[in-house]
Write a protein that binds this ligand. Structure first.
Ligand SMILES: Nc1nc2c(ncn2[C@@H]2O[C@H](COP(=O)(O)OP(=O)(O)OP(=O)(O)O)[C@@H](O)[C@H]2O)c(=O)[nH]1
Ligand SMILES: [Zn+2]
Length: 363
């Protein structure tokens, strides 16, 4: 019998430590390292880290490295050498593109070339999943588990964690209840909770859809600004209400409300992207400058929820071919694509055009 947390629980702890600016330890066969998220670093922690000696690096994604003209010797990431006199603003300047245009010369930035990057890769995956800027300070340490124990730090076994993070977290239905809606009185809201401590996702079931026929379905990603505030920068609000209205009119359907704000980068990072868009970058370029891919969503979640609700085939309300491909790869048959073209306006015209030109959205 053990009361010790398992790998899922340790990772959930590590995420919340990083969000609060607490270091975590990553262990791999080749060594142990202390990791901190660049975004939540403060001057005292940076000084404490320095006092430990050694040579810290700032792990950033290849996307961010490209903007900074740094060499990503590790393929998908770069390990930027932190100079001995580096200050907190230096670290934040590398991590955060907000002032890139004001201070274009951050370098020269030197990337480390020798040694393995497994710990750094996991560090970036963890800060991303904590919805922080994808940049992590990594300091190799000679003291292993003893150091973590003395300092009360969370210790993560890197190879096991990396393998675990490749899989989609299992989701469990928590509760469902009747929810009469404007579009249909016969509404029901289901809550699904992931095992990894991440955000819950919701399904709105309208009517009593036949499980043996393709169901009218929408996989909607959370958009606080568009869904709730009536933002004109995107088409999310009208798409959400339009999808529900169509399901109401047909008398049956299922809308998944997936908590993957900002195409999976979180609301704070989405607002960073909006700020870059005001500097002239489009929605895809803004994600890349921040160090993210165009789309960081995991659509296995949607497929899993549909399967758990007993659906195996959908008529999918979308303009995004990637959603169709992801459903098919994850065991959900897409019998038909139902276009959902609503909410175009003067403010989101360029955004919708970029999605069509760069992300393959169907017009
Ligand atoms: N990173 C980022 N996310 C954005 C931006 N504008 C909107 N979003 C997010 O994009 C997502 C849009 O979701 P969806 O409408 O489900 O997806 P879609 O890929 O456009 O596909 P369909 O609407 O099904 O055609 C939401 O999570 C929004 O928060 C942006 O400029 N940058
Ligand atoms: Zn939106």
């Amino acid at each position: 019998m053990t009361l010790a947390p398992d790998i899922t629980e340790i990772l959930a702890r590590a995420r919340s430590d990083l969000r609060m600016g607490v270091p975590v330890m990553l262990a791999a066969p080749q060594g142990v390292a202390l990791v901190m998220a660049a975004e939540t670093l403060d001057p005292q922690r940076l000084a404490d880290l320095r006092a430990l000696g050694g040579a810290p690096v700032l792990a950033i994604t290849a996307r961010r490295a490209e903007t900074l003209k740094a060499r990503p010797y590790d393929g998908d990431l770069a390990r930027i050498v932190v100079p001995p006199d580096a200050t907190l603003p230096w670290v934040l300047g590398v991590a955060d593109p907000a002032d890139d245009l004001k201070t274009p010369m951050k370098g020269p930035l030197i990337s480390e070339r020798d040694g393995a990057a497994d710990l750094h890769r996991l560090a970036i995956t963890l800060v991303k999943s904590a919805r922080l800027l994808p940049a992590a300070l990594v300091l190799p340490l000679s003291g292993g588990p003893g150091f973590a124990m003395r300092n009360g730090l969370t210790m993560v076994d890197t190879p096991r964690a990396a393998e675990y993070l490749m899989q989609a977290s299992p989701l469990h239905p928590v509760v469902s209840a009747r929810l009469p809606l404007e579009v249909a009185e016969a509404g029901r809201l289901h809550i699904f909770r992931p095992e990894d401590g991440g955000e819950e996702h919701y399904a709105i079931e309208i009517g009593q859809p036949d499980r043996d026929a393709p169901v009218l379905a929408r996989l909607h990603s959370a958009c606080f600004t568009g869904d709730l505030m009536g933002s004109l920068k995107c088409d999310c609000g009208p798409q959400l209400r339009g999808a529900l209205a169509q399901m109401g009119a047909e008398g049956a359907g299922v809308l998944l409300y997936l908590n993957q704000e900002g195409r999976g980068i979180g609301l704070a990072n989405k607002m960073r992207a909006y700020s870059l868009q005001d500097q002239g970058f489009d929605t895809v370029e803004a994600n890349h400058r921040l160090g993210f891919e165009d789309d960081e969503r995991d659509f296995r979640i949607g497929a899993q929820i549909l399967a758990q609700m007993g659906f195996s085939a959908v008529r999918l309300l979308t303009n995004n071919p990637a959603k169709i491909t992801m459903m098919r790869h994850n065991g959900i048959e897409v019998a038909e694509r139902v276009p959902l073209k609503l909410g175009g306006n003067a403010h989101n015209h360029a955004y919708l055009a970029t999605k069509a030109a760069k992300s393959g959205h169907l017009l």
